[in-house]
Design a protein. Structure first.
Length: 138
């Protein structure tokens, strides 16, 4: 119930036209935070099959909704102070919910960014994990 309230609040607060890089980042972040809380709750769902499946699908849909805002920020505001944060969040969503090849591209971009040390180590670890998953040891 708390999750639904937070989600409705997010959509209400951000239902106005999104115009700035900060608005895009904050909207994606709010959806992702609300989704994270719901994800923790879904881990405790004792139901099997359809109940757990439906909760997992909803969580994926919400992360993909946050992905749209990060992607829009990245495309429209390449000089934004939120660019690296949005790229990192986008890459993580790609890794967990889209494709490893897209995630590899985004994490590689993070590693190659000159002024970005905050996410570089994490990006390298995830790139190594992708290589192991794909058995690409070259």
């Amino acid at each position: 119930m708390k999750f639904l309230f937070l989600l409705l609040l997010c959509f209400r607060v951000f239902s106005q036209e999104v115009v700035s890089d900060k608005d895009l980042y904050k909207k994606g972040e709010a959806i992702q935070e609300a989704t994270y809380e719901n994800n923790l709750q879904s881990d405790y769902i004792s139901g099997k099959g359809k109940v757990k499946e439906k909760a997992t699908l909803t969580i994926k849909q919400l992360y993909l909704e946050a992905f749209k805002y990060y992607d829009e920020l990245i495309k429209n505001y390449p000089d934004s102070e939120y660019y690296a944060d949005a790229l990192f969040e986008k890459a993580n969503i790609e890794y967990w919910y889209k494709s490893h090849s897209e995630a590899r591209e985004s994490f590689t971009k993070i590693v190659s960014m000159v002024n970005n040390t905050a996410y570089k180590n994490e990006a390298l670890v995830i790139l190594a994990t992708i290589a192991i998953d794909e058995k690409n040891y070259s």
